[in-house]
Design a protein around this ligand. Structure first.
Ligand code: SF4
Ligand code: SF4
Length: 338
């Protein structure tokens, strides 16, 4: 791929050409700006019961960074004055914050919120102390998006830890028994991400394989499979570097740039909020500390600083990691974008 204005990698291994993401957009005549905000994605913190290799949040059981009740209520007060209809909860394990039930109950009382998504790692459903969780999610019609990087144990355990596959299957069966993946109001989507430095296969074909395998072997039903590309940041970037694969992976993402993915990028319609209320264009920018700043005085912005009617057309903060969203069929928290 020949690209002007290329920059050199700062990696200590073989240098590779890294065209800035903006240059690539320009070359294709594409302008990336925010549209209407449909989704508020709230990252509740870094506490998690797992420590997955691909985690872009560096989450784990010892992390202390989680949202407080005061911050949560400030965000919810702001949200109340908007018409944002989808709330996407992520972490860490969102369910581990002490105020999770308070959060869901307040969201359910907001008439403009029609969809609440819990990004659930499934194993949390089987943790001692969380026996209430599956029924609570069901009772509040919370849609579940659950990580399941393979329908076979080897890959899942390698990526997420020993025993995670069996616990995930148990979690899925628990959800199915409550009607998830079967009743129209109880959506259950699974998330696939590659177990290595390669792009996801075509989403529809993989979904068909997952449905066959999980039904045949475990009697499990689900709605959609979402394929997500691993982002070259945080723990996954360290893993790539440690295994001497970082430059090759970046080059793969760059070479696989697909202009048709740009229209569906999640930074166009999603507002990403951190556990302290800070605002970002997406959860990846959040992990890279690319917080929105005030145009006049440069201070970092929190969601309660924003005028909800003045978000459209705002420029998006971009970086070389954005090639992870535009490679192949594209990648977002809602799956492939092209
Ligand atoms: S990928 Fe998800 S489940 Fe795994 S450590 Fe990160 S937040 Fe936890
Ligand atoms: S990394 Fe974030 S800002 Fe960059 S293209 Fe993806 S969603 Fe947009």
């Amino acid at each position: 791929m020949t690209v002007s204005n290329a920059t050199l990698s700062t990696s200590t291994t073989t240098p590779v050409l890294r065209p800035p993401f903006e240059t690539t957009l320009d070359r294709h005549g594409l302008d990336l700006r925010r549209g209407a905000t449909d989704i508020l994605q709230l990252n509740l913190g870094k506490l998690c019961n797992l420590t997955c290799v691909h985690c872009h949040v560096n989450a784990g059981p010892k992390r202390k960074e989680i949202i407080t009740r005061a911050t949560l209520d400030r965000i919810l007060d702001w949200l109340d004055g908007t018409d944002i209809h989808t709330i996407d909860l992520t972490g860490g394990a969102p369910e581990m914050i002490p105020d999770f039930r308070h959060l869901i109950e307040r969201l359910r009382r907001m008439p403009h919120v029609d969809t609440i998504i819990d990004r659930c790692n499934l194993t949390i459903l089987n943790q001692p102390g969380y026996e209430w969780l599956a029924q609570f999610l069901h009772d509040h019609r919370v849609a579940i998006v659950a990580s399941m990087p393979c329908y076979e144990p080897g890959n899942v355990n390698a990526q997420r830890g020993d025993g995670v596959f069996d616990s995930s299957i148990e979690g899925l069966q628990k959800l199915n028994a409550l009607g998830y993946g079967r009743d129209p109001g109880l959506m259950l989507d699974l998330v696939y991400n590659p177990n290595g430095a390669f792009l996801p296969p075509p989403q529809a074909e993989l979904e068909a394989d997952y449905k066959t395998e999980l039904r045949q072997h475990f009697g499990i039903e689900f709605n959609r499979l979402i394929t997500i590309t691993n982002m070259p940041i945080a723990r996954y970037k360290s893993w790539l570097r440690h295994n001497g694969k970082l430059d090759d992976y970046m080059q793969l993402l760059i070479d696989s740039f697909n202009p048709a993915t740009v229209a569906g990028l999640m930074c166009r319609n999603t507002l990403s909020i951190g556990w302290r209320g800070e605002v970002y264009d997406c959860d990846f920018n959040q992990q890279l500390d690319m917080q929105w700043t005030d145009r006049d005085d440069g201070r970092g912005l929190h969601v309660w600083d924003l005028d909800p009617d003045a978000l459209e057309h705002r420029p998006i903060a971009l970086g070389s990691h954005c090639f992870g969203c535009t490679a192949g069929s594209g990648s977002s928290c809602q799956g492939a974008t092209a």
